[in-house]
Design a protein around this ligand. Sequence first.
Ligand SMILES: NC(=O)c1ccc[n+]([C@@H]2O[C@H](COP(=O)([O-])OP(=O)(O)OC[C@H]3O[C@@H](n4cnc5c(N)ncnc54)[C@H](OP(=O)(O)O)[C@@H]3O)[C@@H](O)[C@H]2O)c1
Length: 342
Amino acid sequence: MSRTTMQVIELAGAFGVDNLRRVERPIPTPGPGQVLLRIHAASLNYRDLMMIDGAYNPRQPLPLVPLSDGVGEVIQIGDGVQWPPVGARVCPIFAESWLAGPPTREHLATTLGGPRPGLLAEYRLAPASALVAPPAHLSDPEAAALPCAAVTAWSALIEHGRVKPGDKVLVQGTGGVSIFALQFARLAGAQVVITSSDPAKLERARELGAAFGIDYRAQPEWGRAARAWSGGDGVDHVIEVGGAGTLEQSLRAVRPGGSVAVIGVLSGAASPLNITPILMQQIRLQGVIVGSRATFEAMNRGVAAAQLRPVVDRIFEWGAVRDALAHLRGGRHFGKVALTLR
Ligand SMILES: NC(=O)c1ccc[n+]([C@@H]2O[C@H](COP(=O)([O-])OP(=O)(O)OC[C@H]3O[C@@H](n4cnc5c(N)ncnc54)[C@H](OP(=O)(O)O)[C@@H]3O)[C@@H](O)[C@H]2O)c1
């Protein structure tokens, strides 16, 4: 490689999108067990916005290279690397040391885009063990959409939820995690009810296989509406991304013995909650934090077998990352927002 420096976009000095700046850094050389990646595409998660705003971890040291998710090509490998070979297309996993099994505190301290450096860089070193091969039929922006949002939806529904054909699944909103959840629920043969603030998005969700849509702004008691749609008993699973403002309605929507995958905090993280329905109806609340490399690999097998395509709402040049973040913050997207770095 003739170049010795690369461009990186980092958050420096203070939190806030105005403190993102493009800097030049030396291209690193892989040590034993490491590979050097040329990043081709990345995708945004709501977490990245929170991280950049300082809302995710106010004690996150700066400078920080943001973004957890992307895809790249192996340019160089260090000593002892058996896989991947030079030229392979790979996605870094969300938490570098979480390879399989349940998460540990140590695993959760190795997440990309905070505390570890993220993918908003032309090149990045990665441990060879912290990479997976994305399904070959996906474009780079589609592959870049997988590591956080898709793995979270897969963990919630397939691993923890054990969703089966004929189950009824409630999905909240039409962002990255939720549209993957809709797609995976359909793949598993479940019926889906989805909520959105936008009737046009509900129509798009129906085209993707949702059986029923509820406008959560027009119908604040959407939990009852979802339960009525299910036939009266309640849905089997809820993909809970709203957090404090939605959990009460989720508990209305779910059937006795059903499960709520507690994933997000879009409407806040704390509120008074009557916990009685949880015990009286034996509802299972399952916290979900993305997933391991093994979960990512299992999901990729499913995505490849079904030739499933992630829904990418819009693709920005990486220099326009502030515009991309503003697009995500505005909430007009459907599915994922991606960046190209080529
Ligand atoms: N625990 C984990 O491992 C994990 C992993 C990934 C994400 N998350 C969390 O999950 C949440 C979603 O992340 P994301 O990246 O998918 O976000 P995103 O793509 O930015 O999704 C935003 C969408 O969510 C919907 N929404 C916003 N407020 C809502 C509310 N009060 N009720 C229902 N829907 C609402 C809106 O859909 P409409 O426009 O259709 O109304 C909005 O467009 C975030 O809180 C994120 O931090 C957690």
